[in-house]
Design a protein around this ligand. Structure first.
Ligand code: PGA
Length: 252
């Protein structure tokens, strides 16, 4: 059975005081919850706060993650952050190819693939995002768009890869309050797993997360679907109490 992963994506939010308050509330809420077994949990924070959050999370069962990484090991890449820097700061995961990076920073499928490939050579878990726009869904292109995005990544990986985490994030559901229905989510997740089966014998062990306006109210329905192995949560992860409610909905 696949253990669920609940990962927060803070995007460009947070401050030193917000961060420490968030961790305090999380700690209290998690202990009130008294769950013996938690799902895997992670919070992906802006790079400047990795160090502070790494220290704060020492006393909390939540892993540290980043939101992007360079495919290059080091050198003249102003503004970029390398995998070895993330390792140095204790990050255990990194989001790659989020639709906001694809849209606003013009990251191509190839760039995303190179970042995933570089990350797979480390101990850091890549959480790679795929999803269709509203227009693409309405014109019946959801599967072909996802298949192309997925293929770009799986083509650069050695056969029978494992450890990859996929996040299906329909672009039209991100930050909009619109959520994929359980049927829509399950359909795409099952499609992704079928595509993965052609590339790796580990497809049944790989986690496929849903992202896009997941919140404390809708998490349980989405997380109970057979091919939904967790969530990548933006807005609701900033509200510590809501993030804990989502963790609780995941059970184990
Ligand atoms: P949202 O963001 O939960 O605010 O929709 C999800 C994401 O972009 O990862």
């Amino acid at each position: 059975m696949r253990k669920k992963l609940i990962a927060g994506n803070w995007k460009m939010n947070g401050s030193q005081s917000f961060n420490s308050d968030w961790v305090k509330v999380i700690q209290g809420a998690l202990s009130d919850l008294g769950m013996k077994h938690l799902p895997d949990t992670m919070v992906c924070v802006p790079s400047p706060y990795l160090s502070q959050m790494g220290a704060l999370l020492q006393s909390c069962p939540i892993a540290l993650g980043a939101q992007d990484v360079s495919a290059h090991p080091k050198g003249a890449y102003t503004g970029e952050v390398s995998l070895s820097m993330l390792e140095d700061l204790g990050a255990e995961g990194v989001i790659i190819g989020h639709s906001e990076r694809r849209a606003y920073h013009f990251e191509s499928d190839l760039t995303v693939a190179q970042k995933v490939k570089a990350t797979m050579a480390t101990k850091i878990t890549p959480i790679v995002c795929f999803g269709e726009t509203q227009e693409q869904r309405q014109s019946g292109q959801t599967q072909s768009v996802i298949a192309a995005q997925l293929k770009a990544v799986t083509d650069v990986l050695a056969p029978d890869f494992d450890r990859l985490v996929i996040a299906y994030e329909p672009v039209w559901a991100i930050g909009t309050g619109l959520t994929a229905t359980p049927e829509q989510a399950q359909e795409v997740h099952a499609f992704i797993r079928a595509q993965l089966s052609a590339k790796t014998c580990h497809a049944n062990a790989l986690k496929i997360l849903y992202g896009g306006s997941m919140n404390a109210q809708n998490a349980a329905a989405l997380l109970s679907l057979p091919d939904v192995d967790g969530g990548l949560i933006g807005g609701a992860s900033l509200v510590a109490q809501d993030f804990v409610k989502i963790i609780a909905s995941a059970g184990v």
